[in-house]
Ligand binder design. Structure first.
Ligand SMILES: NC(=O)CC[C@H](N)C(=O)O
Length: 348
């Protein structure tokens, strides 16, 4: 008999095996990444989501803290065809329900046909189908998590590489992956990590050479204060953004974002640079996209599969943003040059 259940929209219940007990609800999404499960599971952008791995075996090279992107697991639950004990034990120790021994191809097909959807999960010896359905019925739409930034951001300013020789960067932490600050520090920047709701005065106090809006979970329209910083500083200080950062910058400068059907999550998303015509492979995790960049930003890079904007720029105003993850954890490393380019705008 099954000891875990996944309930999806339409009240369909899928039986599974419990690997870490508990009940959870969240937006059901899938990643096609075949490596990088530690990075994905600690990526704050997965907050309030349930992550399904389409690759059938998760955990085959263990669990190492050096690869974590933050100090905790962010998806509300994890779903895999087969999960190793290492991963299951790690998730259990974090209180995150996990299930395997179910047909993840079926789940991925369902999401591709119907779009990312709400789900409820119940795992453990005493759970019932109804527990999973109850969790499903309590699940909110992603955009209704209006204060999601508070769940993932630093509470107080943190400074990395104080006294560094390079640029002073104000990194607005909307749920930043650790490797963004690391990538900047590796290039000698002094990085001030600000809470997602930092004020103009907070940021002004460090006189930044670059304002950088991080990745983060949920709907970019719920990050109004980060948008206000962009409006305040545009033209005076160079601007950079990654993923949610690109979306926030676009919204703040007259553009528009929209929810995608099921998003891009994986490590081999092809992106074409419209200026050089070169294609790079990228790591991605997003469910919203820039539908209209507005009249201040040019689309300079597009996704080869669906033509959605992957890079926005304005050379006169010194703005460069990317929808994918140039910090490249878990890789590929094709687009690390982004960090040199944005620090170049900051005079480095
Ligand atoms: N990785 C991210 O920053 C994700 C951005 C946003 N939450 C989205 O899903 O589109």
């Amino acid at each position: 008999m099954a000891d875990a259940y996944v309930a999806i929209e339409g009240d369909r219940v899928i039986e599974a095996r419990a690997r870490a007990p508990g009940t959870a609800r969240g937006e059901l999404v899938f990643t096609t990444a075949y490596t990088g499960y530690e990075e994905s599971l600690t990526d704050p952008s997965y907050e309030e989501q349930v992550l399904t791995f389409s690759y059938p075996l998760i955990g085959n090279y263990g669990v190492r803290e050096e690869r974590f992107e933050s100090d905790r697991v962010h998806p509300r639950a994890a779903v895999a065809r087969e999960m190793t004990d290492d991963v299951a034990e790690w998730l259990e120790s974090e209180g995150i329900p996990a299930v395997d021994h179910l047909d993840t191809r079926d789940i991925v097909t369902e999401i591709r046909d119907e779009g990312a959807m709400k789900c409820g999960i119940a795992a453990g010896p005493d759970v019932t189908e109804q527990d999973a359905l109850d969790a499903l019925h309590e699940c909110k739409h992603m955009s209704d998590h209006t204060d999601i930034g508070a769940q993932v951001s630093v509470d107080d300013v943190e400074v990395h590489n104080e006294g560094g020789d390079g640029a002073t960067v104000a990194l607005v932490d909307c749920g930043a992956k650790g490797s963004i600050a690391e990538s900047l520090v590796e290039r000698d920047a002094e990085v001030h990590v600000f809470p997602y709701d930092a004020s103009e005065d907070d940021v002004a106090a460090v006189a930044p050479d670059l304002l950088f809006i991080s990745n983060g979970p949920g709907d970019p329209e719920n990050f109004e204060q980060a948008g206000e910083l962009v409006e305040t500083y545009v033209g005076d200080v160079p601007l950079a953004g990654i993923c949610l950062g690109q979306q926030v910058v676009a919204n703040a400068l007259g553009g528009e974002t929209e929810k995608m059907e099921f998003g891009h999550r994986g490590v081999n998303q092809p992106v074409r640079d419209l200026r050089s015509n070169q294609v790079v492979m990228t790591t991605q995790n997003h469910g919203y996209t820039v539908a209209d960049p507005g009249d201040k930003l040019d689309v300079t890079q597009v996704n080869v599969n669906d033509d959605t904007p992957e890079g926005l720029e304005n050379d006169d105003l010194n703005i460069i943003t990317r929808q994918y993850h140039p910090e490249a954890n878990p890789g590929p490393h094709d687009s690390l040059g982004f960090f040199d380019d944005v620090l170049g705008m900051a005079g480095e």
